[in-house]
Design a binder for this molecule. Sequence first.
Ligand SMILES: Nc1ncnc2c1ncn2[C@@H]1O[C@H](COP(=O)(O)OP(=O)(O)OP(=O)(O)O)[C@@H](O)[C@H]1O
Ligand SMILES: [Mg+2]
Length: 686
Amino acid sequence: MNKKIQKLDETVVNRIAAGEIVVRPCAAIKELVENSLDAGSHTIQIHVKQGGLKSIEIRDDGCGISKVDLPLVCERFATSKLKTFDDLYHLNTYGFRGEALASLSYAGHVKIISKIAESQCAYVCEYEDGKIRPSTSIKPCAGTNGTLIIIEDLFYNNPIRLKMMKSSSEEYTRMVDCVMKMALRNTHVSFTLKRDTQIEPDVYTNGKDTTILQNMKMLYGADMVKDMYETTINENDTPYQFQCKACFTGTQYSNSSKASSSSMTFILFINGRLVDCQPLKKAIQQMYAVLINKQTSPFVYLDLIMDPTTLDVNIHPSKNEVRFLHADPIIVAIVQAIEHIIVAKSAKQTTTTTQLTFHMTPTSMTLIPPTPKEPIETDPKSKKISSDSTNSNAKKPFGTNLDPSRTVRTSSRDQKLDKHRYHNSSISVPKKIPQSTSFVSPLASIKFPRQIKLTSIELLRQSIDEECDADLLNIIRNFVYVGTIDGQSSLIQHDTQLYLIHTRHLSQELFYQLCLYHFGNMGTISLEPEPPSIEDLIRLETNNEEVIEYVIDLLKERREMLEDYFSVRLSSTDPLRLETLPILLDTYVPNLDYLPQYLLRLSTEINWNDEHECFRTFADEISKFYSYRMQIYSEEDGDSEEKQHWAIEHLLYHAFKTMLVPSKHLRQAFVKLTEVQQLYKVFERC
Ligand SMILES: Nc1ncnc2c1ncn2[C@@H]1O[C@H](COP(=O)(O)OP(=O)(O)OP(=O)(O)O)[C@@H](O)[C@H]1O
Ligand SMILES: [Mg+2]
């Protein structure tokens, strides 16, 4: 390549830049609405034709643009909102780059009619490529205070972009979504969005200083707010001070028009700006997935206010993305607060209904009497799967048969295996398990001191094997641990593929299975020196006296069974205290911050009336409580993050590898990132 370097023509530069800001009609709407809001408008009326591709008209009653500013408005980097770079950290406007109108004038035909209050009349002006359109000029005209901006023939000069727009109705749907979100937060502004020749608006709010919930009702329908909770999370005593208003649906809400929890509606404003934050969205999605078993489409609205000096809004010209300091602790604090409220509220709702059935059939739960009691093994070590216990059946691990040219880091993998005992793992499976082969969980081979012969438990154990996903099992038995990203996810390599694994999901399924296999044979974790009182624990979740009393009575009534089968020992004297919790995995102790929530959920989520369902739901709840949650470390903690990472790798992932029987539900916890062949292509290019 020996071509001469030359500076691009300004129009070409600006057109390229415009493509980044006005990606599609909906992005134009967002910029125009932001301008109207920055102008202090109380009414914003939008009318679009053909999904915005033919025309977009937006009228507001804001401060207007004066005649002297009109020549400049569409010029690139011309703004009334920012003077110095430092102003970026004290912004109180949406706009600051002075690029939006300029971009629109490079992507379509722009006409502005505007009147400021001090002026006798309005002025009209047309623009092209950042300037007043040749052979036109600013002219006086009739008009009310405020601004009307008309964009016509968007992408007329960019046929490829125009082709990329799938259909005008899809573009319009995106606009409706965007305008609804902006209207939701700006309760003091009346929004109207209409299309083509339609008389009735698709989006309407009255702007009469309503609340978010009232606006939500107007915009999303009354059904949405039926199971909606509102809270304000204040973190003022931490180095990452923030305030977050949150509105979110609870466990009863289900949106039949949406298919799964992955279709969650997530609306996030940070310092008033509608933005995207994938880590926060994912964390909330996972929280719902764990809390609610049935398929729902939660709705979450967050309005996060933080110190502007910790926020970087200048990531991309579209201003859709922001970065902020202390993201991890902020995400954890928000997710925990929402989770606590959902659990406490659902407890309140379910308690009233459960209580009724309970009073009607006080002894309706029939349990098959346990086998004569033999001493329960309390030494956790005795329950470890012995590496020799299944050795007689052990096949050569699949990983050792791999063609070295199809693996990554073959030599360091060996080192890792030696270092971390994985070579001791005696559990192995053939690469492909034939569909017909019934697979028996490695846990089934453990010999416990007490033989539990309950049919319900047998059936539950059987369904673990039946639901096993052969492909996931192959991955789980033969992966190599690559590294811990954080408490939420780790990287593993299997064969030539690299996967991102959601640790909590896997740990939850593991603890569910351990609870069923160790049923009646669990060791105990003593809560010392003084076992906590159940009342004090429940009070951390709710102050509802009725609920507290209900939970205490329920636990007292089930005391014997809880201890006998699940090693949950409660004191025999008042006040009722929690003395022990079960050991499910070696030295693993669950995060006790979630103990109150777990106790509360025992009263709402367990079906105490049916033996099979009782054990299944109990194992499910205990697995949620024991599932691994991301921890936040203070700076003084120093090495504790390191210790946690060590435990994730050597305790949890080792247990996944040797014991977990993954069901198909775990597929979403495995995200394939790349494979070696792809990486080779990249490296070859380098
Ligand atoms: N609806 C409006 N009412 C009053 N003034 C407006 C309106 N729209 C635009 N302006 C004026 O035009 C200027 C340019 O708008 P533009 O959207 O291009 O840039 P910006 O809002 O300053 O920054 P950004 O590119 O980040 O949006 C604004 O700074 C503002 O002074
Ligand atoms: Mg703007």
